[in-house]
Design a protein around this ligand. Structure first.
Ligand code: 8X3
Length: 257
């Protein structure tokens, strides 16, 4: 808690989509949010928006794959009395090629952001989260962390890595005052996820959601993350998978044509 008793929540990848929505929801739920992402202008705008709405928000430009930068960020957080919540949201997909032709550079980059980035920030903030006496680590994995689909292997492998990080950390730190929550969303329509995956090919990106009545929104996921974080601290939502009603599995989606 801060001096005023306000819990501090750090959110990575907060420049758009689920990360930005989570910052808004956690701020509304009474957290001082520290919003981080590479795009400084975006997180500064978000922090300004939240501050103008009467919330506590601080922006910090950060590339989670840069360990030295992550360590410097953790040192900066020393000015807060404690750090209570870490939401590891930074990550994403690149490409949807079959294993036979997938680009190893894409696979490497997805592992770097989704797994190593989460590892960096979690390692750097774990001492402060533990010292808070009541810490929460959230790992945003994906339904891709729990089953595969054709064309998804690079992303699926990375998200399985994020899932394993969360599951193993929970085993290793049991007995300390830190919970590990894994949130695994399925189809979420955000402004950037599919567009980034298909490198700006908006036609391909739109096909992901074609005919799907109501894909999840960033707000749906942020609401779920905030619900899990705001349970009493002895309640650990280990793993929560959420999908739109129209999606029964990674490979079974109802599309109205
Ligand atoms: C996003 C879910 O189905 O695009 O994490 O892999 S999916």
């Amino acid at each position: 808690m801060s001096a005023t008793g306000t819990p501090i929540a750090v959110i990575t990848g907060a420049s758009s989509g689920i990360g930005a929505a989570t910052a808004r929801h956690l701020a509304a739920a009474g957290h001082h949010v520290v919003v981080t992402a590479r795009r400084k202008d975006r997180i500064e705008a978000l922090a300004a928006e939240l501050t103008a709405a009467g919330h506590l928000a601080t922006a910090y430009a950060l590339d989670v794959t840069d360990r030295a930068a992550v360590d410097a960020f953790a040192a900066e957080l020393d000015r807060f009395p404690s750090v209570n919540v870490l939401v590891n949201n930074a990550g994403g997909a690149l490409g949807a090629d079959p294993v036979a032709t997938g680009d190893p550079a894409d696979w490497r980059q997805m592992y770097e952001t989704n797994v190593i980035g989460t590892l960096h920030v979690t390692q750097a903030l774990l001492p402060a989260l533990t010292a808070s006496g009541d810490g929460t680590v959230v790992v945003l994995s994906s339904t891709a962390g729990h089953g595969t689909y054709e064309g998804g292997a690079g992303y699926v492998a990375a998200k399985h890595g994020a899932h394993v990080l969360a599951e193993t950390l929970r085993l290793e730190i049991v007995g300390t005052p830190v919970r590990v929550i894994e949130i695994a969303p399925g189809m979420v329509r955000t402004e950037e996820f599919a567009s980034t995956r298909f490198r700006g090919d908006e036609e391909k990106a739109a096909k992901v959601y074609e005919g799907v009545a109501e894909p999840l929104t960033a707000d749906d996921v942020a609401d779920t993350i905030t619900w899990a974080i705001t349970r009493p601290s002895h309640v650990n939502v280990d793993l929560l998978l959420l999908r739109p009603r129209a999606q029964a599995s990674n490979t079974k989606v109802h599309r109205e044509v």
